[in-house]
Design a protein around this ligand. Structure first.
Ligand code: 6R9
Length: 630
């Protein structure tokens, strides 16, 4: 555990080394992994391309670093504790050895279906252990997984299947969420009307009726029957893609963020152990879904590489009641608990009664991720869940960064409510003004960039390298642009202020305003729409849509509901607008650009501070919009 930071001065020392000698720093960390062949060079990079390579020409398999490397020392240790949706159903504890065997067995299944190195496999599954097995089995055979959140619609799923030209889909019959049973396979069937794959493997979870297409669809349990639990890992290059994860940006369709193998492995383990100060034997629980990057890096890869015991929860925070999280913490004596501000705020609204019955003494560290945590939620979390003794690690990072970038080191970095505090070793931040000039020193505010590569950074966007360049490496020359605004205070602490682009963050889920507009515009009576975010008490941001539509033969209520259904169908329920205002026009400049600033102000209710409206084509429209505000 020589890579562990133990003191604040130790942190500053490591940080300094990571900046002055980055290659030596990361070579030292990477040395503790199992490589089939060592690297020729630690780092090759050029942000113009962008072209970034970590551990150049090294060969490995990430699953050997989870399993083979460790089975002698902790084969019997629990890798995954699975807590089902229904507290009365029995969960599962899976040891490292058992998980290894399940992964090897399923890797053999994949191979028998013709899935090999470099092939893309979509995973569209509920939060069941087989989802983790699916990811790791792909990694075992060198296939590139792309997990799609099981709440996404058939059309969103089809887009992703098509974009990455997937060969197979791994899925389940259905999904238990609270008191609902959701059809999953039926959505896959619908998606496959608009796309095609050779193989669908279906894991039985809810035992609901599903249609199985001959030759294409197979039951998971039939596939593994009698299959060997021994499998030789495929050797991949350090820069071979490990996975694609689709995420929303400010324009167009979601893009497939590509992560490569070696750097991602090194960084997720390193950041996991340090940020959470995980010690062997601790029980760690991250409540995210594996459909998001947090689930990839901090339920599956980081914790399992570190030999941790990782809790995987199928359910929702409020089922059967608002005490569920705390019941699970007590049940497994969870030591590190990692969740999102939206969940904290939702539970905060239920008061402290649901917490009372439970013993939370096992907790040592609390984590937050996904969106800025407001001070009130931070304090509630600290006081009522952490009993004013557990440090909160407010971890800022992104799908594109692969791992945590700015965060306190638990118990070591002094915290400050709503501040993600300081960058992890290896992370060289830079704050720039709109012209790209670096703002040095403290007490500055601007756009957050990173000026030097870190091992788990995005390598490309699937099938469209130029999009990666345009989106992240072109706004400010020679730097990766995060899309977030940030403040560095007088202590040098970072506070993330939220997105400065047209991305909205609804309950920690990223959505592009353009993406939601495109979905709204699919409704045949919609002529034009504009979507903005507005502050929402629980979700962080809500979705406010202004629509111009043909109202003939329709009541506004009907139309609004139909539009919500359209968005649900095209993207998924998470993208359903909270408010829809039917308008006769949108505020546009003379050159035809929608003035979103004004729409944001109206949605926020800040109608007396609209700012400069002199470039508006038709000021009357603004008056109408204000009067009709929802
Ligand atoms: C890991 C994840 C990324 C965006 C990011 C930022 C926001 C995430 C945050 C945070 C403030 C934090 N964000 N963590 N904002 N404080 N601790 O959430 O990835 O889904 O790609 O979202 O989320 O705006 O740019 P992703």
């Amino acid at each position: 555990m020589s890579d562990r930071i133990h003191t604040l001065s130790g942190y500053f020392h490591e940080y300094q080394k990571s900046v002055t000698e980055p290659e030596n720093f990361w070579a030292r960390i990477a040395d503790s992994f199992h490589w089939q062949k060592r690297w020729d060079k630690v780092l090759d990079w050029d942000f113009e391309g962008p072209d970034v390579k970590w551990f150049v020409n090294a060969k490995l398999n990430i699953t050997e670093n989870i399993f083979e490397k460790n089975l002698f020392t902790h084969g019997d240790r629990t890798a995954i504790i699975w807590e089902p949706n229904d507290p009365n159903e029995e969960g599962r504890k899976i040891s490292y050895r058992e998980l290894y065997e399940e992964v090897c067995q399923f890797a053999n299944v994949l191979k028998s279906k013709g899935i090999n190195k470099g092939d893309r496999v979509i995973i569209y599954m509920p939060m069941i252990p087989e989802a983790a097995v699916a990811m790791l089995a792909c990694a075992r055979v060198g296939a590139i997984h792309s997990v799609v959140f099981a709440g996404f619609s058939a059309s969103a799923l089809a887009d992703r299947v098509n974009d990455c030209e997937a060969k197979a889909i791994l899925t389940a019959d259905g999904n238990f969420r609270g008191n609902k049973k959701i059809a999953v396979k039926a959505i896959v069937d619908e998606a496959l009307e608009k796309s095609s794959v050779e193989t669908v493997i279906v894991c039985k979870r809810t035992a609901q009726d599903v249609e199985m297409k001959d030759g294409r669809d197979h039951w998971w349990h039939d596939c593994i029957e009698g299959v060997s639990t021994e499998n030789k890992a495929e050797v991949v290059d350090s820069e071979d893609p490990l996975f694609i994860l689709y995420t929303s940006g400010s324009t167009g369709k979601p893009k497939g963020v590509v992560h490569s193998t070696g750097g991602y492995m090194v960084y997720t383990k390193y950041s996991f152990e340090n940020v959470f100060q995980y010690s062997p034997g601790d029980i760690y629980w991250c409540t995210a879904d594996i459909g998001w990057i947090t689930g990839h890096s901090y339920i599956v890869y980081g914790p399992l590489l570190a030999g941790a015991t990782s809790v995987m929860f199928e359910g929702v925070p409020t089922f059967p009641d608002a005490g569920r999280f705390w019941a699970v913490v007590e049940k497994y004596k969870v030591n590190q608990f990692y969740t999102a501000p939206t969940a904290i705020r939702a539970l905060q609204a239920h008061g402290t009664d649901p917490i009372e019955p439970y013993n939370l003494d096992s907790l040592k560290v609390l984590g937050s991720v996904g969106e800025p945590i407001n001070e009130e939620a931070w304090r509630w979390y600290y006081t009522h869940i952490g009993q004013s003794r557990c440090p909160i690690v407010d971890t800022w990072w992104q799908t594109e960064t692969g791992g945590i970038m700015v965060s306190p080191i638990a118990g070591i970095t002094p915290t400050k409510p709503a501040y993600a505090t300081l960058p992890l070793p290896g992370v060289q931040l830079c704050i720039v003004d709109p012209e790209g000039k670096e703002l040095t020193g403290n007490s500055v505010e601007g756009n957050l960039c990173v000026k030097f590569p870190w091992p788990s950074m995005i390598r490309t966007t699937w099938g469209d390298h130029d999009r990666c360049k345009q989106t992240y490496f072109s706004t400010y020359k020679g730097m990766y642009f995060t899309g977030d605004g940030v403040k560095r205070d007088h202590d040098g602490y970072y506070r993330i202020l939220g997105r400065v682009d047209d991305v909205i963050n609804v309950s920690g889920h990223r959505l592009g305003t353009a993406e939601v507009e495109n979905a709204i515009n699919e409704h045949p009576l919609v002529i034009e729409s504009a979507v903005v975010g507005y502050p929402h008490e629980v979700k962080g941001q809500g979705i406010y849509a202004y629509v111009i539509c043909d109202m003939t033969n329709r009541t506004e209520e009907n139309l609004v509901n139909e539009i919500k259904d359209t968005v649900s169908k095209i993207i998924g329920p998470i993208a359903k607008p909270d408010k829809i205002q039917v308008v006769s026009g949108l505020p546009k400049t003379r050159s035809g650009k929608i003035m979103r600033r004004i729409l944001r102000k109206v949605a926020e209710g800040a109608t007396d501070s609209l700012g400069d409206t002199s470039t508006l084509l038709d000021p009357e429209v603004v008056k109408e919009i204000i009067d009709g505000r929802k």
